[in-house]
Design a binder for this molecule. Structure first.
Ligand SMILES: NC(=O)c1ccc[n+]([C@@H]2O[C@H](COP(=O)([O-])OP(=O)(O)OC[C@H]3O[C@@H](n4cnc5c(N)ncnc54)[C@H](OP(=O)(O)O)[C@@H]3O)[C@@H](O)[C@H]2O)c1
Length: 344
C-alpha cells in the first residue's frame, strides 16, 4: 500500500485514540482501524483503563456481513499490539487468531512487558508488519506514558500566571488576581488531565489553596505539598482530606501520607523517583517561583505554560526564568496571553 494511505489511516487511529483522553491513564491512548481494499470495516479505541484495548474494540465493531473480509484486511494501530496477559488477553494473539494478514503500527511500545514482543509474536505467526507510520505524532500523543516508562519519572508540566511585567504575586508574597476567570477554567481542565498537582510550602501557607478541580468536569489530582519543615498549619485546606494528599517532608508525619526525603540535596530527583514508584504518571507544578525554579534548574520539566495577565504590578515576587525552552504555541484568551513551551 502506498505511503499516503498508511498515513491517512494512521491519522484516523490518532483521532480515535484521543477520545480516550482522561479515561485510560496510566495506560496509553490507542486507536485502531481495520481496512479492507481501501474501506474501513472496523474502528476502535481504548476507552477506559482496565477495559478492552483498541484492537479488541476495533475487531468487535466489524458488522456481521463484513466479518468474512477480516482475513483480507490490514489492521492499523497507533501503538504496538500487546503481547502479555494484563487486565485483558494479548492483542497480538487476537490479530493472529482472526487471520489478519497485515499490521501497520504507529510506534513501538516502550512498556517493558511489550517493547518489541508484540511485533515478534505477529511476525512469528506470519503477519506482515510495518512500523513507524506517523511515529512522531503517535509518540507525542502519549508523551506522559513515554516519559514515565522511558525516563522512569512522571511527566512534568510547569504552570504559572504572571503580571504583564513579570511578577507572580504582590509585594511580600501577597496573592493577587492575575489571570482572567476564563483562564482559571482552563487551568482546572489542566488539573483534571494530570495525575498530581504540586506546590511549595510558601504557596500552601500563604495562599491556603484547595488545589482541586472545581471549574471543570473529570478527575481530581493527587495533591503534593513540599513542606520539609512542617510549616503549613494543619488548619489549612490541604489538610482537609477532601482528596488524596501527600506531604514531602524530612520528618515522618504519622497521620498523613508523606514522602520522606533526606533534605534539599537532590530533593526533586528523589521525589520524582518516589512518585514513579507510586505510578504517578504526570505532575502539574503550580508554584511558587522558588519551587518552579528548582524544577527548571534541575532540568526536570517537559512543558511550561505561562499565563501573562493584562495588568502590571508595582513590585512583587519575580516569575521564574526558563532555560532551554522552545516556544511551541500561543493563545489569546480574553485579556490573557498564554505561552506554551516545551523543554528543548
Ligand atoms: N501567580 C502564580 O501562578 C502563583 C502560583 C503559585 C504561587 N504564587 C505565589 O508565589 C508565592 C510563593 O512563592 P515562593 O517562591 O515564595 O515559595 P514556594 O515555591 O511556594 O515555596 C517555597 C518553599 O517550598 C519548599 N520547597 C519547594 N521546593 C523545594 C526544593 N526543591 N527544595 C527545597 N525546598 C523546597 C521550601 O520550604 P521550606 O522553606 O519550608 O523548606 C521553600 O521555601 C506566593 O506569594 C504565592 O501567592 C503565585
Amino acid at each position: 500500500m502506498e505511503q499516503g494511505r498508511d498515513e491517512f489511516f494512521m491519522a484516523r487511529c490518532l483521532q480515535l485514540a484521543r477520545l480516550g483522553a482522561g479515561h485510560v491513564a496510566p495506560n496509553p491512548m490507542v486507536g485502531a482501524v481495520l481496512v479492507c481494499e481501501g474501506r474501513i470495516i472496523g474502528e476502535g479505541y481504548h476507552r477506559h483503563y482496565g477495559q478492552g484495548h483498541a484492537e479488541v474494540n476495533c475487531i468487535a465493531s466489524v458488522r456481521t456481513e463484513d466479518r468474512h473480509l477480516i482475513p483480507r484486511s490490514t489492521i492499523y494501530v497507533s501503538l504496538e499490539p500487546c503481547a502479555h496477559h494484563g487486565k485483558t488477553p494479548p492483542c497480538a494473539d487476537l490479530i493472529v487468531a482472526e487471520g489478519i494478514p497485515e499490521c501497520v503500527i504507529g510506534c513501538i511500545d516502550i512498556f517493558a512487558k511489550v517493547a518489541g514482543k508484540g511485533i515478534a509474536r505477529l511476525e512469528a505467526a506470519g503477519v506482515r508488519v510495518k512500523t513507524g507510520v506517523l511515529e512522531a505524532e503517535c509518540k507525542a500523543l502519549n508523551s506522559r506514558f513515554f516519559t514515565f516508562h522511558g525516563l522512569q519519572r512522571p511527566y512534568v508540566v510547569l504552570k504559572w500566571a504572571q503580571s504583564s511585567n513579570g511578577f507572580i504575586a504582590a509585594e511580600g508574597g501577597r496573592p493577587v488576581r492575575i489571570s482572567h476567570p476564563v483562564t482559571d477554567r482552563l487551568v482546572h481542565k489542566w488539573r483534571s488531565e494530570e495525575a498530581a498537582i504540586l506546590v511549595g510550602a510558601k504557596t500552601a501557607q500563604g495562599d491556603n489553596p484547595r488545589l482541586n478541580n472545581r471549574l471543570w468536569s473529570g478527575r481530581q489530582p493527587l495533591r503534593i505539598i513540599i513542606d520539609l519543615n512542617d510549616k503549613v498549619p494543619a488548619s489549612h485546606q490541604v489538610y482537609d482530606k477532601s482528596q488524596p494528599t501527600v506531604f514531602v517532608t524530612t520528618k515522618a508525619k504519622p497521620d498523613q501520607d508523606h514522602i520522606l526525603v533526606d533534605g534539599v540535596q537532590s530533593l526533586l530527583p528523589q521525589l520524582l523517583q518516589e512518585l514513579h514508584a507510586r505510578s504517578v504518571q504526570s505532575v502539574l507544578v503550580e508554584g511558587g517561583a522558588y519551587t518552579l525554579q528548582h524544577f527548571i534548574n534541575d532540568g526536570l520539566w517537559d512543558e511550561a505554560r505561562v499565563i501573562t495577565g493584562a495588568n502590571p504590578l508595582p513590585t512583587g515576587v519575580v516569575a521564574p526564568t526558563l532555560h532551554g525552552a522552545v516556544l511551541e504555541d500561543t493563545l489569546l484568551l480574553e485579556t490573557d496571553r498564554l505561552f506554551f513551551y516545551r523543554h528543548g
